[in-house]
Design a protein around this ligand. Structure first.
Ligand code: ZN
Length: 64
C-alpha cells in the first residue's frame, strides 16, 4: 500500500501493531492495522485488500 504524507500526518499513529489491532478490534466496523513506510509506526485503515464494504457510505468514525 502506498502511503501519502498527508494521510500519515492526518491519521492516528500507534507504536506497535498489537496496539493498533487492539483498537481496530474494538471498532464497530472492519479496520486493518498496517505499518506506515513514512513514520514506521502503525495506522488503521478501513480499506481492506480485495474486499469492498457492502455499504456504499464510508464509516465516519475512523479514529481521526
Ligand atoms: Zn505514518
Amino acid at each position: 500500500m502506498k502511503t501519502r504524507p498527508g494521510i500519515c500526518n492526518h491519521k492516528k499513529r500507534f507504536g506497535s501493531r498489537s496496539e493498533a489491532e487492539y483498537v481496530a478490534g474494538r471498532a464497530p466496523f472492519t479496520l486493518r492495522a498496517y505499518c506506515c513506510d513514512l513514520c514506521k509506526q502503525f495506522h488503521l485503515t478501513s480499506r481492506t485488500k480485495g474486499m469492498k464494504t457492502p455499504r456504499a457510505e464510508m464509516p465516519r468514525a475512523r479514529g481521526d
